[in-house]
Ligand binder design. Sequence first.
Ligand code: NAD
Ligand code: GLY
Length: 373
Amino acid sequence: MRQPEFHRLQVELGQRAYPIRIAPGLLDRRDAFAGLRFPQHVLLVTDANVAPLYAERVRRILPGNHEAALLVLPAGEQHKTLAMCARIFSALADMQASRDAIVVALGGGVVGDMAGFAAACWMRGVRCLQIPTTLLAMVDSSVGGKTAVDLPQGKNLVGAFHQPCAVVVDTDLLATLPARELSAGLAEVVKYGALGDAAFFGWIEQHADALVAGDTAVLAQAVHRSCEHKARVVVADETEQGERALLNFGHTFGHALEAEAGYGELLHGEAVAIGMLLAARMSSELGLAPLLDVARLAALLERLRLPIAVPSAIARRLDPSALLARMRLDKKNLSGRLRLVLWRRIGHAFVAEDVDSHHVLELLTDALTDDGG
Ligand code: NAD
Ligand code: GLY
């Protein structure tokens, strides 16, 4: 029987172009992997939460004559480390993986970023197939080729641009995702609307209740529209010389909060939600963005069950100067100047050069003394 069509997008990067295939039930379909070569050496990397749910199913469906070797890493941001990457290298060495090997990343952004980075490094680069299992990974991290691990000093400081050979998104996998993780993924969905697409922002407002309730049809639409957005930006600016920096709206604040709170305390998407609001507030204080839009952003994040302030238990032990020091290590900065993605209104972000660090420090001090609950 002919299978129903799935959503197909193509990230048009010349010889490194790749498909994004999106549909419920895709992991039961061989045609999800059409056009990909599966050689002798296939390493399936996943984490301890995802492995019991989906690893065997993926091993069964992957085409090719050789069963994939399986590497299960501990789950969570605190494990997005060079040490875990070394475990991926060891697994590749143990199977004597050659240059035509393929690393399959099955998991959220943590697995995807690490497995992608290991693939970028192994023998100077082998293919990586991304099979995202969180909403965040489906809408953002699996697409675009940013791969990295964290250091104690900061997020994603060691990494490489290494595009995947394909992205296969089975939206049914969201059914097992904890509600808090679903909300964290919705923060990145809001990001696309907030930074560059006011109509999409309005769509998210209209569908906020269905999105948090996990309505699969509405989530699939959100995934599709987000991937379209991301693919367009990545094609325009693969290595972040310009427009791609906008995808970091909220992230300079967010990354600093994530690292300073201790990896895993605030989820990445939660830190991004707080960070977007801080960037929006700063823009409004500078007279750049209307306060009404800041309030609209806060209201939407709240409806999506995201934090809109640093939770007080975390705020109490954070130091604004330490956060600012972390922001100084952000990858967008140039020659020691602080660069931030700021806001003109819903649907319009821009990169602000040489931001006043005193203003940022004041904002952070306020953010840590406001009662975040
Ligand atoms: P994650 O990978 O830690 O996954 C969240 C949790 O959900 C984990 O405990 C995981 O085991 C569990 N899980 C995953 N899929 C599941 C499923 N289907 N059912 C049940 N449980 C499941 O976190 P994340 O939010 O997916 O990713 C965050 C990471 O992504 C951060 O490190 C961030 O820096 C990175 N990121 C990268 C990019 C990029 O462009 N490369 C973009 C955004 C975020
Ligand atoms: N998540 C930001 C980027 O891919 O550029």
